[in-house]
Design a protein around this ligand. Structure first.
Ligand code: ZN
Length: 58
């Protein structure tokens, strides 16, 4: 996904639990929820949740 803050960085969230870190996801139709939150430690340092396809800033 593209970082929602507007910095246009491409973010990769690993969904395979063979590799760390990874995110749990729930796909409900076309809307996705991710857990835990996405916390960028570099660049824009955005911290947000993806819940029901929407960004929730921390
Ligand atoms: Zn950003």
């Amino acid at each position: 996904m593209i970082c929602p803050c507007g910095c246009r960085k491409l973010l990769h969230m690993n969904l395979m639990d063979d590799y760390d870190p990874y995110w749990n996801y729930i796909l409900d139709g076309k809307v996705i929820s991710l857990a835990p939150s996405i916390n960028r430690l570099v660049g824009c340092k955005s911290h947000f949740f993806v819940t029901n396809g929407k960004i929730e800033w921390c």
